[in-house]
Design a protein around this ligand. Structure first.
Ligand code: FEO
Length: 135
């Protein structure tokens, strides 16, 4: 069962970014499934590494757009991103060291964080991005 499902309530109304959020959600679900199914540490490490890399890629894209359009809330938003990347790195570390029980808790944290971030922080740029022609 998926840990988190994407639906229209999570849309920031910018298609390219919605697609990236969908991919991130899929990756969190895959990682969670791996833990629940008791996948090997090697396989979980691969999943979490891919999730971390994609998270960095997505944040970098979003931040690039913010800078391009002069989004006023850029510094505070970037700080949120940095905190999340640190958390994903923590999950990666705990996965590598085999502390999977803790990783389940952290996976729930990641899910809640991402959902709240999209709903509260990302949605704030929606209108600004659209007004500046970002699709
Ligand atoms: Fe979509 Fe600010 O992360």
């Amino acid at each position: 069962m998926a840990l988190i499902n994407w639906d229209d309530s999570l849309s920031v109304k910018v298609g390219s970014i919605d697609n990236q959020h969908k991919k991130l959600i899929t990756m969190i679900n895959d990682f969670y499934d791996g833990i629940v199914k008791g996948s090997s540490t090697e396989s979980l490490v691969k999943l979490v590494a891919a999730m971390k890399n994609y998270t960095v890629e997505h944040f970098s894209h979003e931040e690039g757009v913010m800078q391009k359009v002069g989004y006023p809330d850029f510094p505070a938003h970037k700080k949120q991103h940095e905190m999340f990347v640190a958390k994903v790195a923590e999950v990666e570390e705990k996965t590598k060291s085999g502390k999977l029980v803790v990783s389940v808790e952290l996976t729930n944290f990641l899910k809640d964080w991402l959902k709240n971030h999209i709903n509260i922080v990302d949605k704030k740029y929606s209108e600004y991005f659209i007004k500046n022609g970002i699709k």
